[in-house]
Ligand binder design. Structure first.
Ligand code: ADP
Ligand code: MG
Length: 427
């Protein structure tokens, strides 16, 4: 089978490499892909835009592609899966209606309230003055969220009224879109965040291994938020008992609420949760796709062929799987970023040492890289995800950093404490 994979991040490189482990997968075409997918045997990049559905359709028809896999939220929210479904072509991911669970935080909040899913109290405003008055009434800390897709930049955890008001002003200035502007003002909760990526075919929902990511740029979770500086799985804080509760209190009721809205949701349902110190679950958000960099860690441990699972979601046959099989042990993904990220940074720096890193037993997934005149160069803020599997977290962490130390490019930065929280949670 040949696959068309939409996206250009570390997540997509990890998905492509996982698929190619199977002898059934002949070739993976990436739209537009990155330096990693350009150099992986069996992968090929196509110079099409991720919103060029017609161009992709033409390629799929001419090349007899069996499955389209959509990585990022943007094409999902633009209706790429609806488009392919209308053409009777198989595409993995929710429809535009389903993708609203990520593309509109107010829509998701309403769904959660109706379904009785534990989530922080919130109010939705279309008027900035009303939102500001509510902030004053509630007090701080408080969380201000832009309603639509904002590439991870739409949420402010405000410690003062002034910060909250300024975040509201930014949203209503149209920073995250000018159509139908809304803001969600949400109660602040504390605890540990976990990412639960689940697969669903619209009938059954099957969680993958629980993961945690490290969003802040600095060690000890200090500094600005990023797209994610690393991840690990399985997160020890999610005990089997807690996983059972996540299944029955969150995943199943969410799917039922989607069904009630006549949404046939097939794809990844990703719950971003806070586990409070009292052991309470709180859903902060849902995403409609694989997480990045959680996917790099989680897929490294997957044993069941990925294409079987994704096809089962598309064909409503996920219930056929008695269980999803996993390797034992732990996986850690350390992100190497460009100096200056998440602020401004330079691109085009020569990358060396990837082979040496992989010789240490790690796998290097590319994110912001590009192949330029046969030379691999940096092309984004998050450049590489160095991922290692070990029998224990100690081993996985040691192996990942040994590999990290082989790689060089000008300005390279990484956090040195990825996965350390897992060690603390275990003891
Ligand atoms: N209610 C909340 N209480 C405390 N922190 C929150 C809350 N909601 C979000 N956050 C923090 O903000 C981050 C981003 O919020 P999230 O809803 O996941 O939006 P997005 O991923 O779209 O930026 C979360 O990962 C979490 O660290
Ligand atoms: Mg989030």
């Amino acid at each position: 089978m040949k696959v068309l994979l939409v996206g250009n991040g570390g997540r997509e490189h990890a998905i492509a490499k996982k698929l190619l482990e199977s002898t059934r997968i002949k070739q993976v075409f990436c739209v537009p892909g990155n330096g990693g997918t350009a150099t992986t045997k069996g992968c090929q990049n196509l110079s099409l835009n991720i919103d060029d559905f017609q161009g992709m359709e033409r390629f799929v028809m001419v090349n007899n592609i069996g499955l389209v896999i959509v990585g990022p939220e943007l094409p999902l929210s633009l209706g790429i899966v609806d488009y392919f479904q209308q053409k009777k072509l198989m595409a993995f991911g929710p429809t535009q209606a389903g993708a609203q669970i990520e593309s509109s935080k107010s829509w998701a909040k309403q769904l959660m309230l109706e379904a009785g899913i534990p989530t922080p109290k919130a109010a939705v405003f279309t008027n900035p003055e009303a939102a500001k008055a509510y902030v004053v009434e509630q007090g701080t800390p408080i969380v201000i969220k832009a309603d639509g897709l904002a590439s991870g930049k739409g949420v402010t955890v405000a410690t003062t009224v002034k910060i909250a008001h300024s975040a509201i002003n930014t949203i209503f200035r149209g920073e995250f879109g000018t159509d139908n502007i809304r803001v969600v003002v949400e109660e602040y909760v504390t605890g540990q965040e976990v990412s639960i990526l689940a697969l669903t075919d619209g009938i059954t929902v099957e969680p993958l291994l629980p993961a945690q990511d490290h969003k802040a740029i600095g060690e000890g979770d200090k500094g600005a938020n990023t797209g994610g500086m690393g991840a690990y799985a399985p997160a020890p804080i999610v005990t089997p008992e807690l996983m059972e509760r996540i299944q029955t209190e969150i995943l199943e009721p969410t799917l039922a609420a989607l069904q009630k809205r006549k949404i046939d949701y097939r794809g990844v349902l990703y719950a971003g949760l806070m586990i409070t110190d009292e052991g309470e679950l709180q859903v902060l958000e849902f995403n409609c796709r694989f997480g990045d960099p959680e996917t790099q860690a989680v897929l490294s441990l997957l044993e069941t062929p990925l294409e079987d699972l994704l096809l089962a979601c598309c064909k409503q046959r996920l219930g056929d799987f008695a269980e999803i099989r996993w390797k034992s042990g732990a996986a850690v993904c350390v992100v190497l970023a460009s100096g200056g990220y998440p602020g401004s940074y330079e691109k085009g720096k020569t990358i060396t040492g990837i082979e040496a890193a992989e010789a240490k037993g790690a796998e290097v997934f590319h994110a912001g890289t590009q192949l330029k005149q046969q030379q691999l160069v940096t092309d984004g803020g998050r450049v590489l995800g160095v991922t290692a599997v070990g029998e224990t977290f100690e081993q996985a962490i040691a192996k990942a950093y040994e590999a990290v130390d082989c790689i060089e490019f000008e300005g390279v930065y990484c956090r040195r404490d990825i996965g350390r929280r897992a060690l603390a949670d275990k003891s």
